[in-house]
Ligand binder design. Structure first.
Ligand code: 5GP
Length: 111
């Protein structure tokens, strides 16, 4: 089932893209929780992290590398990567995505 991120991938709704390649895209979160809040998503429609299979290991590793690239591109060295897996963990869009959050001091633990 297509999600809002599937529609962004298909170009059916706009997003402020900051990176794209043959495996993923990154764009600004529409409701940022920090000065830098980017989302990195695979083109492959994995619903969530625990849907990944062994064959997806290289893809998920690539998403993490792209997350670091877009953070550097945004001018931040310190940042947090967040993957919410499941509604109880805060996931609202069921297309795997990495949040790249930074540009302010981040407290720990998260809520
Ligand atoms: P989740 O809660 O699933 O971990 O994160 C979903 C994120 O997607 C949220 O931070 C939310 O602000 C963002 N989001 C939801 N709809 C859109 C949209 O249409 N465009 C963009 N750029 N971000 C969205």
């Amino acid at each position: 089932m297509s999600t809002i991120f599937g529609k962004i991938l298909a170009g059916e709704i706009p997003a402020d893209r900051v990176y794209e390649d043959d495996r993923c895209i990154a764009f600004r979160d529409v409701n940022p929780c920090a000065p830098t809040h980017l989302l990195v998503i695979p083109r492959k429609p994995l619903a969530q992290l625990d849907a990944m299979e062994e064959a997806d290991e290289a893809l998920v590793g690539h998403l993490m590398r792209v997350a670091t690239l877009v953070a550097k591109q945004a001018g931040i060295d310190d940042f947090r990567l967040v993957v919410n897996n499941g509604a109880g963990a805060g996931q609202s869009v069921f297309h795997l995505h990495l949040h790249v959050i930074g540009g302010r001091d981040l407290s720990w633990p998260p809520g």
